[in-house]
Design a protein around this ligand. Structure first.
Ligand code: MN
Length: 246
């Protein structure tokens, strides 16, 4: 199984969850929320070849961590991927949108300067701006839009721009999430958990939940459960190769 977006370091009992994910999953992408958290997590957790830990600066805390931007730009040089980064235009975080935007643009510019990186991107209520910023630096690398929640027109625009999408069980729990997942390009959808933030019926979604994602996608795509698992696994392996090429 695979997980292309999880906050493994934030689970209760993180060390055990981390070890179990490393054993059960073919690939796990641990995204961090701040440059200092990336440094601490990389130090605290044993390195496993099948777990990718990446530096990020979550848009929800951009205004509190803006002073760590230089550190982030340094860390990106030594990383194959970047995340979690992005923009959040929802009412609660809109007041800090300018800071978020400055950071996101600097990150994209840095990725382009370094020859491209794979990014796990948050785009809540900000898809148009995320795409516009990516457009400014065509050599930034590969964008993976996580838990996409834009309009169907925005989905089309993101797909046309070559974006990938990471989809999890929690996203598939809502009708709007399912409608978007049904319309995604099937060769660019990979599984995510977004745990421990994502919950299903009060239970944390775990990093080995790709089968649950496949079960949710199967009726939406009109494919058998096994064919759906095969599809997202094949996509995942392709994306891992893109990340490895960095
Ligand atoms: Mn997340």
């Amino acid at each position: 199984m695979m997980d292309f977006h999880c906050h493994l370091d934030l689970y209760p009992g993180a060390r055990e969850v981390y070890r179990e994910a490393a054993q059960r999953n073919e690939f796990t992408w641990l995204v961090t929320t701040s440059p200092r958290a990336f440094a601490a997590t990389s130090r605290a957790l044993e390195a496993y070849p099948a777990v990718l830990i990446t530096p990020g600066l979550h848009p929800e805390i951009a205004h509190e961590r803006a002073s760590e931007l230089d550190l982030l730009l340094e860390q990106i040089a030594g990383a194959k991927g970047v995340g979690e980064v992005g923009l959040d235009g929802s009412p609660r975080f809109k007041p800090h949108y300018d800071v978020q935007r400055r950071i996101f643009r600097a990150v994209i510019a840095r990725c382009a300067e370094l020859g491209g990186r794979t990014l796990s991107i948050h785009s809540r209520r900000a898809v148009r701006d995320v795409l516009a910023d990516l457009e400014r630096y065509p050599n930034f690398g590969t964008a993976v839009l996580h838990w996409f929640s834009g309009s169907s027109a925005e989905l089309k625009a993101a797909a046309a721009r070559g974006c990938w999408f990471s989809v999890g069980p929690a996203m598939c729990a809502s009708a709007s999430g399912r409608a978007l997942a049904a319309a995604m390009p099937r060769d660019r959808v990979v599984p995510e958990s977004d745990g421990p933030f994502a919950k299903i019926e009060g239970k944390l979604v775990m990093p080995w939940s790709a089968r649950q994602t496949a079960e949710a996608l199967s009726p939406l795509w009109g494919l058998s459960r096994n064919a759906t698992i095969d599809t997202i696994t094949r996509n995942g392996r392709k994306l891992v190769r893109l990340i490895e090429k960095t």
